[in-house]
Design a protein around this ligand. Structure first.
Ligand code: KG4
Ligand code: ZN
Length: 342
């Protein structure tokens, strides 16, 4: 089966061609057009700006994904089905992907499979490792979500907990802005943290000991704001050391909470596999901590994380989720759902 995956839920515009034959997955192309430069200028994503760029990119991106996969872009008929993100996300952005996918499905008379963006993130892991064993515990850490799910089999999952306020990626983005760093905050905080002392500031680890699997990061953001104000009152502006040490402290606090609660759930549900996904999973310090601690605390558990370009938003993960959960519906019934959860 050959699937075209389309992803436009936030600021990226992506299309991918993925083939699945029995248990073998081949990613033939995965094209991502980013409008990041525009969002860096505005310090974050302005939804209308994102959608205006996506309108320009969507058809060229699909064309390029076909060209790369088949050496010609005149091959849409070779695709067996079209998978598209229908939520959650920004309404204007989602509409561009969904309406494009519906048009293609109608014109080419191909099945269309709507995919939950968050489930897509999880399935980024199956592209490189199609034999992940169940039960699996999935931690999704993105700009909008911090969710823990127990997956018993393909399509059979249960939400164990989620964020009560800011998601992990959102915390990175907001804290970066507080210390004068550019959007997106995660990658730059990771870079600055390498030069910083994680022990200088004792930032809170919200809900680390709570008797559930929920997360909360807005208190961490407030603690950083308080620290920044007090540093500025002492000496203006923040020094390079101040910024590096805050970044190291924040990254450590976020990693500690995510790790502690995830491993607690992994032990309780006796899972065979632990799969990380979402933009924040691109953070090497975080994934190294997960790799080392999961092996140490739960011998035998297998840990998976997608390569960096499959952690952030992309069409390949949407195609992969559709391959393993092939539920087509008539194109007329496919609608966007910006608030979709699970
Ligand atoms: O999954 P994603 O690409 O989009 C959403 O679905 O939200 O995640 C974007 C988030 C942003 O908040 C960004 O700061 C964060 O992922 N991120 C990182 C890193 N790279 C991206 N966070 C921490 N460390 C990174 N290296
Ligand atoms: Zn995402």
């Amino acid at each position: 089966m050959t699937i075209l995956g389309i992803e436009t839920s936030c600021d990226e515009t992506s299309a991918a061609i993925l083939e699945k034959h029995d248990e073998k997955i081949t990613l033939k192309s995965n094209i991502v057009a980013s409008s990041l430069a525009i969002h860096t200028q505005t310090g974050g994503i302005i939804p209308e700006n994102a959608a205006r760029e996506q309108i320009k990119y969507i058809l060229p991106v699909i064309k390029e994904s076909l060209q790369k996969a088949f050496n010609t872009s005149d091959t849409l008929h070779q695709v067996d089905a079209i998978a598209v993100t229908y939520g959650p996300g920004l309404i204007g952005s989602l509409l561009i992907g969904v309406e494009t996918a519906k048009t293609l499905a109608f014109v080419l008379d191909k099945p269309i499979i709507p995919v939950n963006h968050m489930i897509g993130h999880i399935y980024a892991n199956w592209i490189e490792n199609p034999n992940i064993e169940f039960p699996a515990l999935a931690l999704i850490v993105s700009g909008g979500h911090t969710d823990l799910l127990l997956i018993e089999s393909h399509g059979n999952y249960k939400l164990l907990g989620g964020t009560r306020d800011d998601a992990a990626g959102e915390a990175f983005d907001k804290i970066a802005r507080l210390v004068g760093l550019t959007y997106p905050g995660g990658p730059i905080i990771e870079q600055k943290a390498k030069e910083g002392n994680p022990k200088r500031f004792d930032f809170p680890r919200p809900l680390i000991g709570s008797n559930d699997y929920d997360f909360s990061f807005s208190g961490l953001k407030t603690a950083v704001l308080r620290e920044v104000k007090s540093l500025i009152a002492n000496h203006q502006p923040l020094t390079t050391d101040d910024i590096n040490d805050i970044c190291a402290g924040v990254q450590k606090a976020i990693t500690s909470v995510l790790l502690k609660k995830t491993l607690k759930a992994a032990e309780k549900y006796n899972v065979k596999s632990l799969v990380l996904s979402g933009g924040v999973a691109a953070n090497q310090t975080l994934t190294n901590a997960f790799r080392q601690n999961s092996q140490y605390q739960i011998p035998g558990i297998k840990f998976y994380v997608p390569t960096k370009n499959l952690c952030t938003d992309n069409g390949a993960m949407i195609a992969a989720a559709a391959c393993y959960n092939f539920h087509q519906i008539p194109w007329r019934d496919v609608t966007t759902d910006p608030e979709l959860y699970y």
